[in-house]
Design a protein. Structure first.
Length: 113
């Protein structure tokens, strides 16, 4: 069921991307000179959908990166807890080996009386 929803989501996303690309295929001038709009120093002619899709991709990458950074403390806590679990498991193994070792001296029966 999950794979069906995932497939439907990605196909609808692909169709929406194709619709954006088809609707915005006209070339526009992308200028990096904010002071001179008539004859900018740096400008390129590019199709509008490339600008839209690039901005969306940059937003996805930056959002993923900020989410990964926000989870840094959780990953550190998880690493510390896993190390603590490994240390405690080693202590349990040592304790079990001490308990299961037979004693060197033979046990004498208790005498009543």
């Amino acid at each position: 069921m999950t794979s069906l929803f995932r497939t439907l989501f990605f196909w609808s996303l692909a169709l929406a991307t194709a619709a954006i690309a088809i609707a915005n295929r006209k070339g526009v001038q992308l200028s990096f000179d904010p002071f001179n709009s008539d004859s900018p120093a740096v400008a390129i002619e590019i199709r509008l959908f490339w600008i839209i899709l690039s901005a969306a991709l940059i937003g996805i990458v930056l959002g993923s990166w900020s989410s990964w950074l926000a989870q840094n403390s959780l990953r550190r806590t998880l690493r510390d807890q896993e190390e603590k679990i490994r240390r405690l498991e080693r202590e349990v193994e040592v304790a079990q080996s001490i308990i299961s070792k037979p004693s060197a001296a033979p046990a004498r029966p208790l005498q009543v009386g």
